[in-house]
Every structure is written in structure tokens, then in C-alpha cells.
Design a protein around this ligand. Structure first.
Ligand code: FE
Ligand code: FE
Length: 213
């Protein structure tokens, strides 16, 4: 008799644990669905954010080219401005592929980086290598922000199974990386060194003025 009771209890226990497992599975599935939705929303929001940033850069890069002292740096900014226009168009293509309206969402980070660039122009003199060295720093910060954004968006697109979108984003990512390398080369090859010589020269001139007065 007692044995029968035990068997009955064991059966009802296993039934209730089966029910619990069922509930758990349902819960996990629901979370999975919600997470996909959340990730997709985050993905679209990030696209809107970088769309705003790229549009801003199409206007900022020509201004940086005008402000640059060396022709090489000015040309670099102008050719990247053209690429940036392409970046904007690629994002519009992506919105189309995703059946979403191309919408820009203010990117606080890029606005901050732009303000930093403007401060450089206030703090450095026109036609100096020092200005170019500082402009390169500002531009590389922008490129690194873009590299971080596009790099993570490529991965997220792959996770969400959007290979066509990942492919387009990766094209832009490579161009941002190339631009960053070109800027490093310009700084390394001569601009930073020239800026250093320039500041040494300025120091000597100041010394002369101080001695004369
Ligand atoms: Fe870009
Ligand atoms: Fe860029």
C-alpha cells in the first residue's frame, strides 16, 4: 500500500516537474523573441545614429579641408568627404533593404567630436603644421568612432541573419579603416615632425623678443 502511494507521489511529482519544464521552455522562447526584437530595434536605432553622423560629416570634412595647411591633408579630407557621401547613400540603401524609412537620429558623440574640431581651429593658427597635427587627431577620433560603430553593426547584422546588410556595412568599415591608416601615415611621415620644428622655432623667436625688450 505504502509502495503504491510512493509510486503515485513520484508520478505526480514528475508530472508537475514536466509542467514546470514546459513553463520554463515557454519563458525562454518568449525571452528569445523579445531579445530579437530588442536587438533589431537597437540595430535600427544605431543605423539612424550613424546616418545622422555621416550626414554631418559630409558638411564638416570640406571645412576641415579648407582649414588644413598642407595640401596632402586637405586632399585627404576632400577625398574622404566624397567617400562619406557614398556612406550616406549606402545607409539609405540599407534602410530600403530593411523596409524602413531613412531617418536620422541625433548622434551626441559625433556632435561632441565636431565641437572638439572647432575648438582646435580656435586654438591653432592658420597655415601652421601644428594645426594640421591637431586636425589629424580630431579626424582620427571621428574615424575610430565610425570604425567602432560599423564594426559592431556588421557583427549585429550577421547575428540577425542580414548578410546583405552586413556586406554593405563592411564596405564602409574598410574605407573608414583605410582613412585612419592614411591619417596615421601623414602624421608619421612629416606633419608631426614639422609641427615640432615649428614650435621650437616659435620658442626661439619668443626668446629673441624677450632678450631684446
Ligand atoms: Fe563614414
Ligand atoms: Fe569616416
Amino acid at each position: 500500500m505504502q509502495n503504491k502511494k510512493k509510486v503515485k507521489n513520484a508520478k505526480s511529482k514528475s508530472n508537475s516537474s514536466k509542467k514546470n519544464i514546459g513553463k520554463k521552455v515557454a519563458k525562454v522562447k518568449k525571452v528569445k523573441v523579445d531579445n530579437r526584437l530588442l536587438l533589431e530595434t537597437f540595430f535600427i536605432d544605431s543605423l539612424k545614429d550613424i546616418y545622422w553622423a555621416e550626414k554631418l560629416l559630409t558638411k564638416t570634412l570640406p571645412k576641415m579641408a579648407k582649414a588644413a595647411t598642407t595640401e596632402e591633408l586637405a586632399e585627404g579630407f576632400l577625398s574622404h568627404a566624397k567617400e562619406t557621401e557614398e556612406h550616406v547613400m549606402r545607409l539609405e540603401e540599407i534602410f530600403k533593404l530593411l523596409d524602413k524609412k531613412a531617418q536620422a537620429q541625433k548622434c551626441d558623440a559625433m556632435e561632441g567630436l565636431k565641437k572638439e574640431g572647432e575648438k582646435i581651429l580656435e586654438e591653432t593658427e592658420k597655415n601652421t603644421f601644428t594645426r594640421d597635427a591637431a586636425l589629424i587627431i580630431a579626424a582620427q577620433k571621428v574615424e575610430h568612432y565610425e570604425i567602432a560603430t560599423y564594426g559592431s553593426l556588421v557583427q549585429l547584422a550577421l547575428t540577425l541573419g542580414k548578410r546583405d546588410v552586413a556586406y554593405i556595412l563592411n564596405q564602409t568599415l574598410q574605407e573608414e579603416k583605410d582613412t585612419d591608416k592614411k591619417l596615421t601615415a601623414l602624421a608619421e611621415n612629416h606633419i608631426n615632425e614639422e609641427a615640432l620644428l615649428e614650435s621650437d622655432l616659435e620658442e626661439k623667436e619668443n626668446e629673441k623678443i624677450n632678450k631684446a625688450s
